[in-house]
Design a protein around this ligand. Sequence first.
Ligand code: GLN
Length: 191
Amino acid sequence: MKIGVLALQGAFIEHINILKNLDVEAIEIRKKEELDNIDGLIIPGGESTAIGKLLVDLDIKDSLIKKIKNGLPIFGTCAGLILLAKKIINDDKTHLGVMDITVKRNAYGRQLGSFYTEQDVKYIGEKIKMTFIRAPYIENVENNVEILAIVDNHIVAAQQDNILVTSFHPELTDDTRVHKYFIEIVKNYKK
Ligand code: GLN
């Protein structure tokens, strides 16, 4: 099994390290051809505007949308979640637009935007460690999106078929349970 991590900008090294520690082959993705060689993809946190622009400039965007629609397992954290959303309340631009969620960027305010908490996540476990950094939250879900976690009345984790998103950064903690759950999604997709 090979899992790619989109490595255009942001916190991709941390995801690569977690995957390696879990004995999964992890590949940094910077070109569209590299998407053909993977069984799943992580879109990391960072700056969604910058990553979104690079996806267009490097001609990765359309191939990636096609692959996601064909079932490629995707895990988006923070900016990754924003890139996957169909609607962004406080941004006039969407990016990949493949998940039926409405998100709010920098939803916790710029000053108080970073915090740590522990909360249960459906299917994944109890008291999952969650680091939020200028995080978005999900304001609204549609169709078959399943809500997996809520913190302070806001949705912070969700799944729609092959797409898993968290508004927090599990890769910045020593808690690998969200990655293990994603690896299971990838295994099931391979079957
Ligand atoms: N604030 C960033 C954005 O809007 C996301 C922050 C993050 O990924 N840690 O893209």
